[in-house]
Design a protein around this ligand. Sequence first.
Ligand SMILES: [Zn+2]
Length: 310
Amino acid sequence: MLKAVKIRIYPMTEQVAFLNCQFGAVRFCYNTGLRIMSHRYKRHGQSLSAKHDIKKLLPVAKKSRKYGWLKEADSMALQQSCINLDQAFQRFFDSRQKAVYPRFLKQAQKNLKRKQQALSRTKKGSANRAKARLLVAKAHERVANTRHDFQHKLSRQIVDDNQAVIVETLKVRNMMKNARLAKHIGDASWHALMTKLAYKAREQGKHLVKIDPWFASSKTCHVCQHKVAAMPLSVRSWDCPACHTQHDRDINAALNIKHQGIVKLKADGLSVSAHGGLRKSGMSPAAACKVGSLARGASALRAGSSHDLQ
Ligand SMILES: [Zn+2]
């Protein structure tokens, strides 16, 4: 398992110059590699690998008169730029969902807007502009840090409190197409939370069970398993037409997800004792809902994590 620590450095003037040179060289390699790959594909329909084909061009470029300056840059950093490019292509083709900014962003939006307006009023190239730009960047950073902090605390608590956590993988990509939901879903960064849950669970030898997004968790009554034809997002509570149980949309979905997860765990040969119901963790439902505009996802976590393995 690879774990990283983020640190901030305050380089001296000559170090700044050195780093800028490195960054420039890395950026140059990345962009040139991208250009070569796109060109080759458009012209000849041939796909190159950044990790193999482009990387091999680095020593050739260093020997040339035109790109000889690349020799001054750290060779590992240049190689890494090829690997990064390769990963970017892979993510693109895998259509993987990127974790995006924005309920944390919404809260900070007023502040951001004010700072951005202040920035736009400053003169290009002025010292005030540089100051204003820094304030905007700090406001953005704060949003990201707040989100990460919240997700770390939440995932830590969920993993510490439970032997297994069952989550529904959501079709975030499709949901992002819904303009009204996109911002909230982005704000929740479901994927980032899943990542944190996954490594914390793995660290402690606990189980993270993922339920397929096409499992009809919302439409199925958790009491009698009756499945209704449709369940628009606007419906927050409903009565089962078969057994007449009243359901909160999210809690019902969460219980279904939990049940499905237990089935999966048992299929993997684990003996499961589910205590059932919603065990209260220290986190309030309101806090849980903050995880996602998808209150459902949050509830799924809330209820789905409430069982122990023996
Ligand atoms: Zn029912």
